[in-house]
Each structure stands twice: as structure tokens, then as C-alpha cells.
Design a protein around this ligand. Structure first.
Ligand SMILES: [Zn+2]
Length: 269
């Protein structure tokens, strides 16, 4: 009994995923990163994906679009996947008419592309990974929340981004403790001012962090993130820019990301 030659290995040929990035390849093609329902990434070549041909499919290959894709069967384990057929399942249409919302969308997909790991479609065991599945949940919920906020004229740029980062922290298992100060253990509910410290790895009370204090808005939003589903959360517009930055620093510290790699966040006022 030898090993199965690569050419005979079974490959998932029908996948669904969210378009996280796209890069032109030649005049008509696109190389796309898709976030699958498994929460893992695949890189797919869309021949003719830039449009210009008779089929004019390019318009659906937009950031944040959920696609159903039929992949061509690849010949070896190392081959690039290519898309044979594709169609949109969901698109962020309203977001595209609102430049701030579009920046938020760009940020959402960019962060997802950094925290998700590559899927191996040739791996027949398809081992279940709770954190990975959670990434897909956080990204799809964030995009739907963003689209419906814009549609309802309730779009709060900072709140939308903070909600997403909070949900992603939950799914990745690195959500900060909300009950007590990470340094002294005092109940955080007793404080009107506090800080979120990357170095300490959580919220600190105003006694332990006498500088860099924030109003409790961020802490309150994170309590909602912990307790409620995304559609039930309406971020308040009182969240300060500095609070979003603290949350982002905490996120980058926990996920080993360099904040400088994410220029789109600076576009969110
Ligand atoms: Zn303390």
C-alpha cells in the first residue's frame, strides 16, 4: 500500500468565502484571497476576473463580497487553485456609497487576512478549529452589521470598528477580563475612568494607571460585545478616538501584528 499520488487526492471543489484581498494578474485576471467558512484562507486565481470579456463578472469580485466558487481541480498539491465558476451570495452594496464605511470594510477584511491561516484543501481530515471558525463568524457578522448600519443611517465609524475588534478578540480567545483590574484586582465597575493596557494584558483601574485614562465607554462596549450578539449591539458615538486606538494596540499586541501595517485605520476619524 503506497501513498496516494497527489493527482488522485480529493479536493474540495465547491467553496464559499468572503473576498479579503484582490490583486491584478495580467490584463484580465485577479489573484484573490478568500476567507472560507472554516475561517481559513485560500488563494484563488480568477481568470478573466478583471472583466472586459463577454461575461463581465468583475463587478462581483469586490472586497467583502461573499462568493460561491467552483474551483478547478488542481493537479498537484502545490498548484494554485483557480476558479471555474463564481457567483455572489452577499455583497456590501450600501457600504460602497459611503467612503467612511468603505474604509471600515477595508480595515475589517485586511485584519481578517492577517489573523487567518491558510487552508489546506488537500487535507482530508479538515481538522475542526474553533478559533478559525470564529474568525469567519466575526468577519461575516461585522460586514452585515456595517451594511445594515449604513442602510439605517446609524453608521458610527469608530463604534463599528471597535465592535468588530471586540468580537474578533472573543473568537480568538484573547478577550480582556472585564470584571477586575488586571493589576490590583479591584472591581472595574467601581471606576468611571480606566485604561486598557497592552503591556498588562487587560483593563486597569484609575489607581493603577493614573495616566492614559479613558472614560468607561470602551469597557461598556466590550461588556456588550461579551454578552450580546452583533445585531443586538448599537455602538454609541461617544467612543473617543483614543479609546479605539487603545483597543487596536491591545489587539495588535495580542495577535502579534504591527499597527503600522494597517493604514486604513487612520482613515477612520
Ligand atoms: Zn487597579
Amino acid at each position: 500500500m503506497g501513498t496516494i499520488p497527489p493527482i488522485l487526492k480529493r479536493v474540495n471543489t465547491k467553496v464559499e468565502g468572503i473576498l479579503l484581498s484582490k490583486h491584478p494578474y495580467g490584463e484580465r485576471n485577479l489573484i484573490v484571497k478568500l476567507l472560507l467558512r472554516s475561517g481559513k484562507l485560500i488563494t484563488v486565481m480568477f481568470y478573466g476576473g478583471r472583466g472586459g470579456g463577454e461575461k463581465k463578472k468583475a463587478s462581483v469580485l469586490e472586497l467583502g463580497t461573499m462568493l460561491k466558487v467552483e474551483l478547478s481541480r488542481s493537479k498537484t498539491t502545490s498548484d494554485f487553485q483557480s476558479a471555474k465558476e463564481w457567483q455572489p451570495i452577499w455583497m456590501a452594496n450600501k457600504v460602497r456609497d459611503n467612503h467612511l464605511a468603505f474604509y471600515a470594510l477595508c480595515f475589517i477584511v485586511q485584519v481578517a487576512a492577517k489573523v487567518a491561516v491558510e487552508e489546506d484543501l488537500h487535507d482530508e481530515s479538515q481538522s475542526f478549529d474553533q478559533h478559525s471558525h470564529g474568525i469567519f463568524r466575526a468577519v461575516s457578522n461585522a460586514l452585515v452589521h456595517l451594511e445594515s448600519s449604513v442602510a439605517a443611517n446609524e453608521f458610527i465609524p469608530r463604534g463599528e470598528v471597535a465592535l468588530y475588534l471586540g468580537k474578533l478578540l472573543v473568537e480568538l480567545g484573547v478577550f480582556p477580563d472585564l470584571k477586575s483590574c488586571i493589576v490590583c484586582g479591584h472591581a472595574l465597575s467601581d471606576f468611571k475612568l480606566m485604561s486598557l493596557s497592552s503591556q498588562h494584558g487587560g483593563f486597569t483601574c484609575s489607581n493603577c494607571a493614573p495616566v492614559d485614562l479613558l472614560p468607561a465607554d470602551l469597557w461598556q462596549l466590550m461588556n456588550e460585545v461579551a454578552l450580546k450578539k452583533s445585531p443586538e449591539i448599537k455602538p454609541s458615538d461617544s467612543l473617543e478616538r483614543i479609546a479605539l486606538e487603545r483597543l487596536w494596540q491591545y489587539f495588535c499586541f495580542q495577535c502579534h501584528l504591527d499597527p503600522k501595517d494597517f493604514k486604513t485605520l487612520s482613515m477612520i476619524p
